[in-house]
Design a protein around this ligand. Structure first.
Ligand SMILES: Cc1ncc(COP(=O)(O)O)c(C=O)c1O
Length: 366
């Protein structure tokens, strides 16, 4: 029976990618080496790295005045790395603006407080994290070093479907986005952002790789205390090889990028992602057993939290799902209920199988 893995991350990867990696595990392209065994400075790995970078740039149409950095430490490390690299552009102590839309922006806020004055310009807390506060309600600072958003809240299931314009109200502050859980799932106008960062373990590849897209003029301002391996200037000048990069993770990410290009690229996968999300939300909305609490205009296409109106059925629901090889549907412990993460590599058949099961369970228990 086909297994469908709805994990929020580390998450499902395309079968073709895993098969190719398995075939190349012991001997990459006749080199006699596994990619894991190669020097990051050797010509074999450099060719893997350069291809991955080129493909990623092409997939997201990253403009020439942006650098793509392959780093380590995950998105949580970037929560520190971003202020360490950006607040130095302003007199100290600098102010940074945040929009609080859920668990991951809250974590970013907590970390940034170590390095700057944090202004939470708007918070979704009063609405119990069910919607993004309206842009015209944001109390932005006049001289913020940057404005930070989490453009897809993986736990709460909230996604920005527009790029907020913040420059006019902040004296030109760059917009910084944590795109960990929806990067490559939709087209993005990179030029509207100063910095985009993402941990790999959803739409890119294995945990350990962290991709940072940063505009040239935002490089070179690291605070003296910034660890060298996290200084974007050093990372960029050394083509992400100031320290040893996560080589195997970058190789798998490169295979995922090639797979995505074979699917028709980001615009094509976005259409599939819209269709998959519609299928699931339409059923949830039509049902009297399940509910999704997020306002329609900001529902995530990648992470769909839902609740059984009778929570005493949760264990039976999960057990039945497991019997049908529908895995990892339990919601995050901080919000409870269920969550289906339907990243790029989740085929529409997986979402159909989930909806069939939702219906069947509702018929039995509704
Ligand atoms: C939106 C978002 N930001 C940050 C993180 C934290 O990533 P990491 O644990 O790789 O640092 C996650 C993890 O799932 C996430 O979904």
């Amino acid at each position: 029976m086909t297994v469908y893995n709805f994990s929020a991350g580390p998450a499902v990867l395309p079968q073709e990618v895993l098969q190719q990696a398995a075939a190349e595990m012991l001997d990459w392209h006749g080199s006699g080496m596994s990619v894991m065994e190669m020097s990051h400075r050797g010509k074999e790995f450099i060719s893997i790295y350069e291809q991955a970078e080129r493909d990623f740039r092409e997939l997201l149409a990253v403009p020439d005045n942006y650098r793509i950095l392959f780093m380590q430490g995950g998105a949580l490390a970037e929560n520190a790395i971003v202020p360490l690299n950006l607040v130095g552009r302003k007199a100290q102590p600098a102010t940074v603006d945040f929009i609080d839309t859920g668990s991951w922006s809250a974590k970013s806020i907590k970390e940034a407080k170590k390095y700057a004055n944090v202004n939470v310009a708007a918070s979704a807390a009063p609405g119990k994290y069910s919607a993004i506060p309206a842009r015209d309600s944001w109390q932005l600072s006049k001289d913020a070093a940057y404005v930070h958003i989490c453009s897809n809240e993986t736990i709460d299931g909230i996604e920005y479907h527009y790029v907020p314009d913040v420059a006019a109200d902040t004296g030109g502050a760059p917009l910084v986005a944590d795109m960990s859980s929806h990067i490559l799932s939709r087209t993005v106008d990179v030029s509207k952002y100063g910095v985009i960062y993402a941990g790999a373990q959803k739409n890119i590849g294995p945990a350990g790789v962290t991709i940072v897209i940063v505009r040239d003029d935002l490089i070179g301002h690291a605070l003296p205390v910034c660890p060298s391996a996290f200084d974007w200037r050093l990372v960029a000048d050394n083509n992400s090889m100031y320290n040893t990069p996560p080589t195997y993770g970058i190789y798998i990410a490169g295979l995922v990028f090639q797979w995505l290009k074979r699917q028709g690229g980001v615009a094509a996968i976005e259409l599939q992602n819209i269709a998959k999300a519609d299928l699931l939300y339409d059923y949830l909305d039509s049902s009297s057993l399940y509910a999704n609490r997020i306002h329609k205009e900001c529902r995530s296409r990648m992470n769909v939290p839902f609740f059984l109106r009778d929570e005493s059925l949760n264990d039976a629901f999960l057990a039945g799902a497991k019997e049908r090889s529908l895995l990892q549907l339990k919601g995050h412990k901080s919000v409870g209920g269920m969550r289906a993460s339907i990243y790029n590599a989740m085929p529409v058949e997986g979402v159909r199988a989930l909806v069939d099961y939702l219906k069947e369970f509702e018929q039995q228990h509704g």
